[in-house]
Design a protein around this ligand. Structure first.
Ligand code: PMV
Length: 323
């Protein structure tokens, strides 16, 4: 075993993953598609502890709470099973994005951890198997193993991984309206949705249809179609989530104001489309040449950051340990 460090970036889904077919293996009810970003990265170091009796986790320089530690220990059990090892480890992870605020920190987190842990336990995994492994930590993490735009196939344990999709060059204007932790985790909210929403089956069926339309639009380089499907799919997901018992609302008045502002921009001939994950922050999809104009037009509606397609998860050279 060795000490290893890896870095991964979050992804923003254009076709959302919301609902599992299998909780234990994290198999999604439907496929999804996203763009891995070039900002908001997570860097994670895995250090073997020869005398360790338990895995430990340090998040942004602080010992993590019990729940987070339990979650990464359960993930590391999968890695140990693959490696035939019992070795416990210390994990130190640094996020440049607020943890749990709906900007996909679990995706970058588990993609980085899977990459670092696989190398620490000397597993020789190809991208596909690394994506399958990351999926066991957090579903959307399987897409952060890949660079740029990728599709995550619903599949079974063997075939549920992300792979690249050809797509036009695109940018995103990220508007952070709230950096706080969201009131309920995606995991619990998904469970509640599947158990209580009367619209769940329709969501799963229509997501498969939207996904194949999205893959076609991507391969044709049809930005308008990509944007239209993106915005409509995001609104469908939020409608679905609001239809649970008890209801969950992730979008805040400020989030809705951004959706409205983006619609106005389109009416005025500036193409842009909104999406939002399980949180109040809104991400606006734009053509590269319109990025600055859209960012300027949305000024004051949130903290703005412009992002583009980023790299897949990567192992960093020795000496890059998280301090
Ligand atoms: O991977 P999780 O459990 O954090 O779920 C992510 C769910 C969404 O971000 C809302 C949608 C998606 O496809 O990324």
């Amino acid at each position: 075993m060795r000490t290893t460090t890896a870095r991964a970036y979050p992804n923003i889904a254009l076709i959302k993953y919301w609902g599992k077919r299998d909780e234990a293996r994290i198999l999604p009810a439907a496929g999804s598609l996203s763009m891995t970003l070039d900002a908001f990265e997570t860097t994670t170091t895995v250090i073997p502890t020869p005398d360790g009796v338990a895995d430990t986790l340090e998040l942004d320089g602080q010992p993590a709470d019990e729940e987070a530690t339990r979650r990464i220990a359960a993930f590391l059990d999968h890695v140990r099973a693959l490696a035939g090892s019992e070795q416990k480890v210390m994990v130190a992870s640094r996020n440049s994005v607020p943890t749990g605020a709906g900007l996909a920190s679990s995706a970058s987190g588990f993609a980085a951890l899977a990459t670092a842990a696989a190398a620490a336990f000397e597993l020789d995994l190809d991208t596909r198997d690394l994506s399958r492994l990351a999926r066991l930590g957090s579903g959307s993490a399987c897409r952060s193993v890949l660079p740029g735009v990728s599709v995550w196939h619903a599949g079974d344990d063997e075939t549920s991984f992300a792979e690249p999709v050809s797509a036009p060059d695109m940018r995103m204007v990220v508007l952070t309206v709230d950096r706080g932790r969201k009131p309920i985790s995606s995991r619990s909210a998904m469970r509640l949705t599947a158990a209580t929403s009367p619209f769940y089956d329709a969501w799963v069926a229509s997501t498969e249809t939207s996904l194949s339309a999205m893959i076609d639009a991507c391969s044709e380089g049809d930005f308008t179609r990509i944007g239209e499907i993106t915005e409509s799919h995001a609104l469908r997901m939020h409608a679905l989530i609001q239809s649970t018992t008890p209801p969950i609302r992730f979008l805040r008045p400020q989030s809705v104001a951004i959706f409205d502002a983006v619609e106005k921009l389109r009416e005025n001939g500036l193409e842009a489309y909104s999406t939002a994950d399980a949180g109040p922050n809104v991400v606006v999809l734009v053509r590269p040449e319109n990025t600055e104009a859209v960012a300027r037009a949305l000024e004051g509606l949130g903290d703005i950051r412009i992002v583009g397609p980023g790299p897949g998860a990567q192992l960093l050279p020795e000496g890059s340990e998280v301090p």
